[in-house]
Ligand binder design. Structure first.
Ligand code: ADP
Length: 444
């Protein structure tokens, strides 16, 4: 029940007493009593109103004045209302703070635009991606700050299904994907995503497919051409057949090598990040690599072996052998006849190092940073003539990265190159027993 009945009871009681006084003592006494009682009642009301006004002036933070009767009820209910309101206010502030923290942590840029495309709010990522400043640019028309015509058209089109790719106005080399999302009444959210990496990967994928197609097209055309020629010849001589089959075999092998390398790369990419931790007997592997170098060189180079440590290496034997063989094969292929190729296994500053030193043609320094990219070659025809696929160093780098090792290339054009695979110290397996003494052996 409400509290409206309480003043009614007070007034009824005053009236009743006044009527009794009238009956007993005459009307003057009744009026005097009624006037005094009503004045007292009025004064009490004014006093309570004053208390209420003072409490409200203080912001309602302190406990409400206590009382009995109607005013007690009013104070109690107001205090309860006040408490409920400040609680929901603090809940709202917490939720807002949480939302702001979340929006600030989002790596994508978020800009709130009003119906006139003025900036209402933006998160820190939009500062980095669009060069906006939440404080400085609040209230500014966004197209005054981002004047690219593509963007202005995109904004005016108001087509929420469209996306726009532009270069960041803050950093030209950052590519951005923009999308408008309707929000609230007439407002819009401008969502900004950095797609530089995605674009780079996509361009790499396109280049890769184009390169592979290009690499396969030449040998396929050659083989196809000779098959047609043979088909057209009435009576090919033995010499013709030998000649044509020889060329076709060469090109078929080239395709085979390319497919082998592509499969190796794909296997490396799809295998888990951890490598097999085998104990690789490096001195033995070095001797095998020397035999490989000699067989590839066919006596055209001097091959030397330097085993400066008898320690072993922890890693995948198959992968390490493939990486080292690639380096050896490159040294043989890019070193002119009469040159020297040295294979070395050593521990330098605690780090296991495998290196191949050649006295070949060397590499101009501007090519060094790109040498491990797929299909990157300095001299395309030289690489093809010697049976290269353009994937060797990409495979080497992949394998070394899997072993947390790095490839170091030192080269002087006209003098030669040194390719070193430098492994982390924890991959070193110290030699046991009689093998502890390092030996240096020279082959040839
Ligand atoms: P390729 O199959 O063409 O040899 P790689 O990825 O193994 O491909 O090597 C990339 C390029 O690096 C080669 O085309 C060549 O130009 C250069 N290169 C690699 N090793 C050497 C080396 N030892 N001396 C000179 N140039 C080299």
């Amino acid at each position: 029940m409400g509290f409206w009945w309480r003043p009614l009871i007070t007034l009824s009681v005053i009236t009743l007493i006044a009527l009794v006084l009238w009956a007993g003592g005459g009307e003057a006494l009744a009026f005097q009593f009624a006037a005094a009682a009503l004045l007292a009642y009025l004064l009490r009301q004014l006093w309570q109103e004053g208390r209420l006004a003072r409490w409200l002036e203080q912001g309602g933070d302190k406990p409400a004045p206590s009382d009995i009767g109607v005013w007690g009820d009013i104070f109690y209910r107001l205090e309860k209302l006040q408490k409920r309101q400040s609680q929901s206010q603090s809940e709202l502030a917490t939720a807002l703070g949480r939302f702001q923290h979340a929006a600030e942590a989002v790596p994508d840029g978020i800009v709130i635009l009003n119906e006139q495309d003025r900036i209402e709010w933006c998160n820190p990522a939009s500062r980095q991606l669009l060069g906006l400043d939440a404080e400085r640019d609040r209230g500014q028309f966004i197209h005054y700050l981002m004047r690219q015509s593509d963007f202005v058209d995109f904004l005016e089109a108001r087509d929420f299904s469209q996306q726009l790719t532009i270069n960041s106005p803050a950093h030209r080399d950052i590519k951005l994907l923009l999308q408008l999302v309707p929000f609230g009444a007439e407002q819009k959210l401008l969502m900004v995503r950095d797609i530089t990496e995605l674009e780079r990967v996509d361009a790499m994928r396109r280049d890769f497919v184009a390169n592979v197609s290009h690499e396969l097209r030449t040998p396929l055309t050659v083989v196809g051409g000779f098959v047609e020629t043979l088909n057209d010849l009435d009576k090919p001589t033995d010499a013709d057949l030998k000649h044509y089959f020889g060329i076709m075999l060469n090109h078929t092998r080239r395709m085979q090598r390319l497919l082998d390398d592509l499969l190796t790369l794909s296997r490396l990419e799809s295998s888990p990040n951890t490598v097999a931790e085998e104990q690789v007997h490096m001195p033995e592997l070095m001797r095998e690599l020397v035999r490989e170098a000699e067989s590839l060189s066919r006596g055209r180079h001097v091959v030397r072996l330097a085993i400066d440590s008898n320690d072993w290496l922890s890693g995948s034997l198959q992968e390490l052998q493939s990486a080292f063989s690639n380096l050896v094969s490159n040294a043989v292929r890019y070193t002119p006849e009469g040159g020297e190729i040295a294979l070395r296994w050593a521990v330098l500053n605690g780090q296991p190092v495998f290196s191949v030193v050649d006295t070949g043609e060397g590499i101009p320094s501007e090519h060094l940073p790109r040498l491990t990219e797929r299909f990157y070659r300095i001299d395309r025809s030289r690489s093809r003539e010697t049976g290269g696929t353009g994937l060797g160093l990409a495979i080497v780098k992949h394998i070394l990265t899997r072993h947390r090792a790095r490839l170091d290339i030192q080269s002087t054009p006209g003098k030669g190159s040194t390719f070193s695979a430098i492994f982390p110290p924890e991959r070193l397996i110290p030699a046991q027993g009689e093998e502890q003494q390092p030996r240096l052996s020279l082959v040839k």
